[in-house]
Design a protein around this ligand. Structure first.
Ligand code: ATP
Length: 309
């Protein structure tokens, strides 16, 4: 048996995110263009007493974590992933999951989902279960809508609740700056505000949802100037309603030379599109100084969950 297994899985941004009307079951249909970034979570699985599963935050984490910000017990998504794997296979081992966090928490970048994806891969290897990629994907889908995409990585269109994925092939690299906030936004709360804003508006969201083919072509061509006008997130107005200070971030990004910027997922992390990698670094330095945050340059697309050691 292995002494340990380390897996990496990417955080994501939604380059476009459209939200359909509230369904009777309380969910929304969405159309999302996911882009996996080279901002990766690392999960190392170590053997522990049979029947136990718990997480700890590694000192190698590069984001600032407030005490108790991420649960380490049964509520942690990586722990849930380990438990689900045991339930599915009948395996009775235990695991300690050391998580090196690099994706901002509760920032709309799917960090918890990446931890779940990495934990599935790491525990499968630690316990020698030999599950197929397809099986791990299906288990991941039961843990959260963003877990399957963190398994596949790259770029993909997501429909349904975001889990019906169609990978996009041959997407050229694009360069981004991520601006985390010191606070988080609850995803259900942001959807709730969107529903309220739509109910009080005179016009509903009559148009259908779907990803603009021009955006897909621009990403494939690697032409950031053409990508820029197509960035769109239907949750942005609701995120800004809950956190009006986001307007300052957009303003500062514009002044710093961003081609465009948008809230990622349900926010509050803002993703800024840069012309190239050098520009991304420059904008990150400028915005870090101006906004007194640690702005992070990143690039996509990036590989999905994989075993490192
Ligand atoms: P989502 O959009 O999926 O709601 P997010 O990408 O905005 O999430 P996450 O970093 O995934 O944000 O975390 C959302 C919440 O999930 C956190 O506030 C935290 O309490 C809980 N959580 C559970 N497990 C984890 C984990 N391994 N890492 C981070 N947060 C976790």
């Amino acid at each position: 048996m292995r002494d340990f297994a380390t897996a990496a899985a990417p955080g994501k941004i939604n380059v476009a995110f459209q939200v359909g009307p509230l369904r009777e079951d309380g969910y929304h249909d969405v159309a999302s263009l996911y882009l996996a970034l080279d901002l990766q979570e690392l999960v190392t699985a170590y053997p522990a007493e049979a029947g136990t599963a718990y997480a700890e935050m590694s000192e190698a984490s590069t984001i600032i974590l407030e005490p108790d910000e991420v649960p380490t017990g049964e509520d942690n998504l990586a722990v849930k992933a380990a438990r689900l794997l045991c339930e599915y296979t009948g395996h009775e081992g235990g695991v300690r999951l050391s998580i090196a966090k690099h994706v901002p928490v509760a920032g709309g970048m799917g960090g918890g989902s990446a931890d779940a994806a990495a934990a599935l891969v790491a525990c499968d290897a630690l316990w020698g279960l030999g599950l197929s990629r397809g099986e791990l994907m299906r288990l991941g889908a039961r843990l959260g809508a963003d877990v399957p995409f963190s398994m596949t990585g790259g770029a993909a269109v997501g429909l349904g609740v975001g889990d019906e994925l169609s990978p996009l092939l041959h997407v050229e690299p694009s360069h981004w700056v991520l601006i985390p906030a010191s606070y988080g936004l609850s995803t259900p709360r942001v959807y709730g505000v969107l529903d309220e804003l739509r109910a009080s508006a005179s016009r509903g969201e009559a148009e259908g949802i779907g990803i603009d083919p021009e955006l897909v072509t621009a990403l494939r061509d690697g032409d950031p100037e053409t990508v820029a006008p197509h960035l769109r997130n239907d949750l942005q107005a609701a995120a800004v309603h809950l956190a009006p200070e986001l307007e300052q971030v957009f303003e500062a990004a514009k002044h710093a030379g961003a081609l465009a910027s948008l809230v990622s997922g349900s926010g509050p992390t803002v993703a800024v599109l840069a012309r190239d990698g050098r520009e991304a670094k420059r904008i990150a330095t400028q915005l870090s100084d101006e906004l007194e945050v640690r702005a992070i340059p990143a690039q996509g697309p990036s590989q999905g969950a994989r075993l490192l050691r």
